[in-house]
Design a protein around this ligand. Structure first.
Ligand code: F6R
Length: 248
């Protein structure tokens, strides 16, 4: 995997935003839609702030952009404080000119028996568009990408998953404790992530250095799903110095 180490997450996020803007404009020139895979969590927050700035100050339009978010807690109401729908609207979608019909976030309100069918259709929609042009990822302390926790297989599909204890502990600060933190989520599978034409994974801070080291330099293993990206033809890990401090 190509790892690019930046001075700070701010500089790194701006560089990534510039790359995304170039891709969106290239697709505009070709009269094509640009399909982006998006993540939530703290890692892409500066990226979204910069994309909003590029829209406001530099006229970057998102009219030709279609997005698919990786995941959503289940169950989750879309207007709950912790929902990824709310996160994406507040940090990005409400501030740019994307057509609301063009963003997709897994539905946290489905009834259980509808989930499998919904996930199939979610994937089919992505496939019908020719797949994801560029996928943004963060990485969990256990090496998860999306909510593909340790043990997720390379051919795993979009599905309902049980969250790891360590993932729930990390999330519990947003849910006023572990007791009220969801136990499950809907996530895009490893297969779809690996099929993205380009992948950019963000990791900031020393707290991520151990798992970054395992994902980049360790064996490709289901224990660390981010290690699958070693086999991706066009994946880059974008880090700050802290997150890369254990790389040799
Ligand atoms: C979020 C997601 C997760 C996060 C990961 C890192 O949509 O899919 O895999 O990217 O848990 O979270 P942060 O960025 O908060 O450290």
């Amino acid at each position: 995997i190509n790892t690019v180490i930046f001075e700070s997450s701010e500089v790194a996020s701006k560089a990534a935003a510039a790359e995304i803007a170039t891709l969106i404009r290239k697709k505009q020139d070709a009269k094509e839609m640009c399909v982006l895979g998006l993540a939530t969590g703290s890692s892409p927050k500066r990226l979204y702030a910069e994309l909003v700035r590029l829209h406001r100050e530099e006229g970057l339009s998102f009219k030709n952009v279609i997005t698919f978010n990786l995941d959503e807690y289940y169950p989750m109401e879309p207007d709950a404080i912790q929902s990824y729908v709310r996160f994406m609207k507040e940090l990005l979608f409400n501030h740019i000119d994307i057509d609301p019909k063009n963003y997709h976030i897994p539905d946290g309100m489905l009834s259980k028996e509808d989930i499998a069918d919904y996930c199939k259709k979610f994937e089919a929609k992505i496939d019908a568009l020719g797949g994801i042009d560029l996928q943004i990822l963060g990485i969990g302390g256990n090496g998860h990408i999306g909510f593909n926790e340790s043990g997720s297989l390379p051919n795993s599909k979009t599905r309902l998953v049980t969250l790891d204890h360590i993932t729930r502990v990390a999330a519990s600060k947003d849910f006023q404790g572990l007791y009220s933190t969801p136990k499950t989520a809907i996530t895009i599978g490893i297969k779809q992530i690996m099929e993205a034409k380009q992948v950019i994974l963000f990791a900031w801070g020393e707290g991520k250095s151990n798992i970054i080291n395992q994902a980049v330099e360790g064996p490709i293993t289901q224990q660390v799903p981010a290690s699958y990206l070693q086999d991706h033809p066009n994946a880059v890990f974008v880090t700050d110095k802290g997150a890369s401090s254990l790389l040799t």
